[in-house]
Design a protein around this ligand. Structure first.
Ligand code: 5GP
Length: 352
């Protein structure tokens, strides 16, 4: 007999934030900065807790240079070499506290992590990233990383349930990345049937993490600034974005110009065939690609997109009466809805 959880679990699209009376006069009064103290590293973060994903099309040095100026964070992808890190660190010495070095689970990844951290001691964040954070091997790697780097802040994931959030925090991680299957170029749910609706995953995982003074990142599934506000409202300490940051000058991926003159940029999942061909020389026969490749419209400078997201977030705080981003979960009441937006002009491109 199968076990079935009958309680409905929700995605961002299933809810809206209820407006509340507020004493805020203007959205300029809203403070998006957070001051976060980490459980295991004992270090602190001061900044806007939005994160550019460590995908190789998103977590670029160019993205970090723009985001860092606004106090926003980037998990740099793991394919840069030590010399490239050195150039970045020399050119951007003031934003090193807004970037993390990403690392997979192979011994080669771990060795490279050591070299980067030795060459760029100003970086104090490590992002340990695997598609499936549920394996004992991953828990052991989190432990080993904590032992090797006792004073670095460790991000680890991905998981979607409270018990695994607790296990990773107790094994030495400070921030747990939450999300299996919600990503814009992810096909895990199609290939495996595995996943968890993202809003509910965030609510449940935040509760588990906060009980241990740990923190979480809501990773994946945001398609508009309103989703970012909902993720914070659900209790995420950080929100990580991939697709919303694709297609810009600062994004990786190839720029192509179509015969009608429109510009596009490529964007692909890190488990897509495209990524595997690029970084591992192809796909091993025993595994399936769990990501796809798409072409997205070229969107110019990411600075404009970032300001749009931050503006939306400030406005969400104003509507709900949260003076600071930190207050948003306390001010958030979610209303289940059957229609999030009016679809009447949805297939006509907006002019502005
Ligand atoms: P998005 O913001 O685009 O909805 O989601 C971004 C997140 O999707 C990333 O941070 C990462 O966790 C996840 N992701 C990226 N590439 C892949 C992939 O190929 N497969 C899967 N399952 N998830 C991916």
């Amino acid at each position: 007999m199968s076990n079935i959880i009958n309680e409905v679990k929700l995605d961002f699209k299933d809810v809206l934030l209820r407006p509340k009376r507020s004493t805020l006069k203007t959205r300029a009064e809203v403070d998006l900065y957070r001051h976060i103290m980490f459980r295991n590293s004992r270090r602190t973060y001061q900044g806007i807790p939005l994160i550019a994903s460590n995908m190789d099309t998103v977590g670029t040095f160019e993205m970090a240079a723009v985001f860092g100026k606004h106090g926003v964070f980037t998990t740099i992808h793991k394919y840069y070499e030590v010399d490239e890190w050195l150039v970045f660190a020399n050119e951007n010495p003031t934003i090193l506290d807004h970037v993390a070095v990403s690392c997979g689970i192979s011994e080669a990844d771990f060795q490279k992590l050591g070299k980067i951290l030795a060459a760029v001691p100003g970086v104090s964040f490590i992002c340990l990233d695997v598609a499936n954070g549920y394996t004992q091997q991953f828990v052991d790697i989190v432990r080993k990383t904590r032992n090797t780097y006792p004073q670095h802040t460790i991000i680890a994931g991905n998981v979607v349930t409270g018990e695994m959030v607790e296990e990773l925090i107790l094994s030495g991680a400070d921030i747990i990345k939450v999300g299996i299957g919600p990503g814009s170029v992810c096909t895990t749910r199609i290939k495996t049937g595995v996943g968890y609706p993202q809003l509910s995953a965030v609510i449940e995982c935040a509760d588990a993490a906060h009980g241990l003074q740990g923190h979480i990142i809501s990773d994946g599934g945001c398609v508009c600034p309103g989703d970012v506000a909902k993720a914070f409202g659900a209790g995420a300490d950080y929100v990580m974005l991939g697709g919303m940051l694709a297609g810009h000058d600062e994004s990786g991926g190839e720029l192509t110009i179509k015969s009608d003159g429109t510009k596009c940029k490529s964007f692909y999942g890190m488990s897509s065939l495209t990524a595997m061909k690029k970084h591992s020389g192809g796909k091993a026969e025993y595994r399936a690609a769990e990501g796809k490749a798409v072409e997205v419209p070229y969107r110019g400078k990411v600075n404009d997109t970032l300001l749009d997201i931050l503006g939306g977030l400030r406005s969400a705080c104003t509507y709900t009466g949260a003076h600071k981003l930190k207050e948003l979960p306390r001010r958030s009441t979610f209303i289940r809805c059957t229609q999030q937006v009016n679809p009447v002009y949805s297939n006509i491109a907006a002019k502005e």
